[in-house]
Write a protein that binds this ligand. Structure first.
Ligand code: NAI
Ligand code: MG
Length: 484
């Protein structure tokens, strides 16, 4: 097979599309072709599902000792670590993120395997107290064949975030990576085969959302779907699965995370954290703190920090050790530029950034980080997810922290939030009232795969990370014995 071409990974081997079609994958840092990927359609999806179903039913998987399953998963984690340089290079090239960040992402993918491997043999049930003559226990059984629709922002992190608990529970995986970043997933599936997973347990179908993705989630042959991406497609996925009563186990959509600084909070550290968020992954993170909410008197200090951190940020190709890479493609950059233009029209003040660099960067989809002040809650900058390096600063009157909290909660989204205060009691009191599934106090990020995270409101539902993300891949069966 041509080394620049990646096929689907179905039943333990790489294969081209049945119709022989492929599509191009580009490096967003310079517009060059990185490779070609098989373009899957209904027939390829049908083949992948048949393989996955057969694997789920086979003695090698359904009846394998959970200990063995856990060891295969742990082994996959070790192989990801072993091959991290090769995988990170591929990820950096197809996504555009700096190589160092791509290496970090492979480490996270490996860690998902390690974390969930230990759970494989601990999914026990319970005995239910009943009157004499009756005995009942519950057991947890794997849901079955699960499709995973993966976005392009953290392609391998999010792939393993879903696949690792899915496999630990004894389900089989059919992953459909995003069309911008299809290549790395095939390499992960190849390593799963090397780790010992039986053929068909970890399949990958490549292709476009409306073709391979739509065909996959519309199948009545699935037992579950996991989706991460846009709200628009999330709703389509719910429609497609509803027809067949296929459960959507988790749906992770957008966010508009607030970073709320109380009067006694360190506004400068908070601003520095927000600056880091814009640079990391070029702000293309669902948990990005895109609304910095501060007491009005802090604005000059906060702007000083943001300018110092972001003014000279070094943009560049993933392999040139930049601080910040490009956006994933030109379409995404246009979406962000449109949001910036609208923000200006609506009367917000663009402090700096939002520029398209020229010269050696002109061939890539680069954009300098943009910071807006004078953002009002009614403006699109305060309401809509931009999914790029844009920060909106909203001010509340000094002394009126309730107004700050109201601004933070004034969103249809509720994924994550950040809170800054030097008083632990107030930290807990305000964190309880923030409308988000995950609140980081006095720090930036704070995401860890051991800690559940997921949607509230229009951000979706279900939890990723921790035990909470494992249990939905199981269903409870009760065994009832009449003893007299
Ligand atoms: P998208 O939602 O179209 O793509 C996500 C995944 O869904 C991809 O694998 C895609 O192939 C698949 N897909 C698309 N249409 C489908 C369908 N009808 N049935 C099944 N699968 C389908 O996201 P897109 O267009 O790449 O980005 C648009 C916006 O989505 C971004 O600007 C951002 O706001 C948001 N987004 C959010 C993410 C998150 O982490 N929550 C990740 C990526 C994008
Ligand atoms: Mg789309």
């Amino acid at each position: 097979m041509n080394p620049d071409f990646k096929g689907h990974w179905i039943h333990g081997r790489e294969q081209p599309s049945l119709a022989g079609e492929s599509f191009d994958v580009f490096d967003p840092g310079n517009g060059e072709l990185v490779g070609k990927a098989a373009r899957g359609r209904d027939a390829d999806v049908t083949a992948a599902i048949a393989s996955s179903r057969a694997a789920f039913r086979s003695r090698e998987w359904a009846n394998v000792d959970a200990l063995v399953r856990g060891r295969w998963l742990a082994k996959l984690g070790q192989l990801l670590e072993r091959d991290k340089d090769r995988l990170a290079t591929l990820l950096a090239r197809e996504n555009g993120k700096p190589l160092g960040d791509a290496l970090g992402e492979i480490g996270v993918a490996a860690r998902y395997c390690e974390f969930f491997a230990g759970w494989a043999d601990k999914l026990d049930g319970r005995e239910i107290p009943l009157p004499e003559g009756n005995f009942a226990v519950t057991r947890r059984e794997p849901v079955g064949v699960v499709a995973h629709i993966i976005p392009w922002n953290y392609p391998l992190d999010i792939l393993l975030r879903g696949a690792a608990p899915c496999l630990a529970a004894g389900c089989t995986v059919i992953a459909k990576p995003a069309e911008d970043t299809p290549l790395g997933a095939v390499e992960v599936a190849r390593l799963a085969t090397e780790a010992g997973f039986p053929d068909g347990v970890f399949n990958v179908v490549l292709g476009f959302g409306p073709e391979a993705g739509q065909a996959l989630v519309s199948s009545p042959e699935l037992d579950g779907v996991v989706f991460c991406g846009s709200a628009e497609v999330g709703v389509q996925v719910l429609h497609s699965t509803a027809k067949n009563l296929v459960p959507v186990l988790s749906l992770e959509l957008g966010g508009k995370a607030p970073c709320l600084v109380l009067a006694d909070g360190d506004a400068e550290k908070a601003a520095a954290g927000c600056a880091g968020g814009l640079v990391h992954n070029s702000g293309q993170s669902c948990g990005l703190r895109s609304r910095l909410i501060i007491p009005a008197s802090s604005l000059p200090r906060v702007l000083g920090v943001l300018k110092a951190r972001l003014g000279g940020v070094k943009l560049g190709h993933s392999m040139s050790k930049p601080q910040m890479g490009p956006l994933v493609n030109l379409k995404q950059r246009k979406k962000v530029l449109d949001a910036i233009a609208r923000g200006k029209q609506e009367g917000a003040h663009l402090e700096f950034g939002g520029e398209v660099p020229d010269g050696s960067l002109a061939a890539g989809s680069f954009l300098t980080p943009a910071v807006f002040s004078a953002v009002q809650p009614s403006m699109s900058l305060a309401k809509e997810e931009i999914f790029g390096p844009v920060l909106s600063i909203l001010c509340y009157p000094d002394g009126d922290e309730e107004a700050g909290l109201a601004l933070a909660n004034d969103s249809v989204y509720g994924l994550s939030a950040e809170l800054w205060t030097s008083d632990p009691g107030r930290a807990i009191a305000f964190a309880r009232r923030l409308n988000a599934s995950h609140v980081t106090i006095n720090g930036s990020g704070g995401f860890g795969l051991e800690v559940p995270f997921g949607g509230v409101g229009q951000s979706g539902f279900g939890r990723e990370g921790g035990l909470e993300s494992l249990l939905p891949y199981t269903r409870v069966k009760s065994l009832f014995l009449k003893t007299s």
